[in-house]
Design a protein around this ligand. Structure first.
Ligand code: SF4
Length: 363
């Protein structure tokens, strides 16, 4: 595009955004904290889902100081169901850094902000441009799709080697006088007009500048590198009962689903039945001998990089002290206490059955 075309592109896009943008709570504020929370939540998550969580989060933790002062478990409980829990753990860590090292002020310069835990290039550019009007182009999945069609970019959007190409094109288009509005406009265009399937090019404010539209090749872009099918793991979980309480354990802080609570269990090995796995895993993980007394259900869940099929059993405690020789955080809880702990989605798929079971037992 020539510089004249780029100027017209910006004008068209911003005019369209001003009249067509969706009203979203994080667009009603200039508070860096709220913008930061919304951008972290929006990473790899649909707006509809974020709307369920954003208000709860900022009501419970209205500023960076509140967030820094609460326990991680309180943060995970609010985040429960939103997925990618590393985002919540990093936000919590970052809030502590802001309070401890930055006098409670969210940095208004890109370099300092980018050093906070969990702040990558996208979050840094989005927050700095929207909250502080800093001239950084934010490139998320929606923006990559728009750029690939505008410029007929044939580098796969899902390969990291192409990131520089998309960033360079985004930098070229960025309106430096209104970077926050411009970035949001590009994202909004991708989310509502230049959709993955059936883009509505006829109403697109920048169709005059779009290579894909001009050559009727929208379907060919973005180019994607074919990824391998994701693996599936067969797991078990055991509900260990003892004196009307159930055992739950906490996952290590720095791994997948870190800091969440779950019912103990693990992966089925070759030559093992699911019931045998349950007994073995509980012995290995928490030093308890248990007896499987009933099959409860099977649940399935898909994470970003793998799927699980989980068979769930009820077990009776037989002997042993929990985690006698292991650094495992655990609780014996009643069914009424279950809501106090954050659990992964896979566990939430069978928790209602436990509640029903308790109701029946109490009748
Ligand atoms: Fe996307 Fe169509 Fe607009 Fe091009 S003209 S940017 S393909 S919506």
């Amino acid at each position: 595009m020539t510089s004249k075309e780029i100027a017209q592109f910006r004008k068209n896009l911003l005019a369209w955004f001003k009249t067509h943008h969706r009203k979203l709570p994080w667009r009603e504020t200039k508070e860096p904290y709220r913008i930061w929370i919304s951008e972290v939540m929006l990473q790899q998550t649909q707006v509809k889902k974020v709307l369920e969580y954003y208000q709860k989060f900022v009501d419970r933790f209205p500023d960076v100081q509140h967030l820094a002062e609460v326990n991680l478990q309180d943060v995970l409980k609010i985040w429960e169901g939103l997925g990618s829990y590393a985002r919540a753990r990093n936000l919590h860590k970052a809030a502590k850094v802001v309070m401890r090292d930055l006098a409670g002020e969210i940095p208004s310069d890109y370099t300092t902000f980018r050093k906070l835990p969990g702040v990558g290039e996208y979050i840094a550019a989005a927050v700095q441009s929207i909250a502080f009007n800093q001239p950084y182009a934010a490139v998320d999945g929606n923006v990559k799709r728009v750029l690939s069609r505008l410029f007929l970019t044939d580098s796969p959007v899902n390969q990291s080697t192409a990131a520089k190409i998309f960033q360079a094109n985004a930098d070229l288009l960025l309106d430096r006088s209104e970077p926050g509005a411009f970035n949001q406009a590009m994202m909004e265009l991708g989310a509502t007009v230049c959709r993955a399937t059936s883009p509505t090019c006829i109403v697109c404010p920048v169709n005059n500048f779009c290579g894909a539209f001009q050559t009727a090749r929208q379907r060919g872009f973005p180019v994607r590198h074919k990824s391998k099918p994701i693996p599936e793991y067969h797991l078990v979980a055991g509900i260990v009962h003892k004196d009307k309480r159930m055992l739950i354990t906490q996952r290590k802080r720095d791994g997948l689903l870190g800091g969440l609570w779950e019912f103990p269990g693990g992966e089925i090995q070759a030559q093992e039945t699911a019931g045998q796995t349950c007994v073995r895993e509980i012995q290995e993980q928490v030093d308890l001998s248990v007896e499987v007394i009933a099959y409860l259900t099977r649940v399935k869940h898909t994470y970003t990089h793998f799927k699980i099929v989980m068979d769930v059993f009820r077990c009776n405690y037989q002997s042993g002290d929990v985690a006698l020789n292991k650094p495992v955080d655990y609780r014996w809880i009643t069914i009424d206490q279950i809501d106090q702990f954050p659990f992964p989605r896979s566990n939430h798929k069978f928790i209602p059955l436990l509640m029903q079971g308790e109701e029946n037992n109490n009748e």
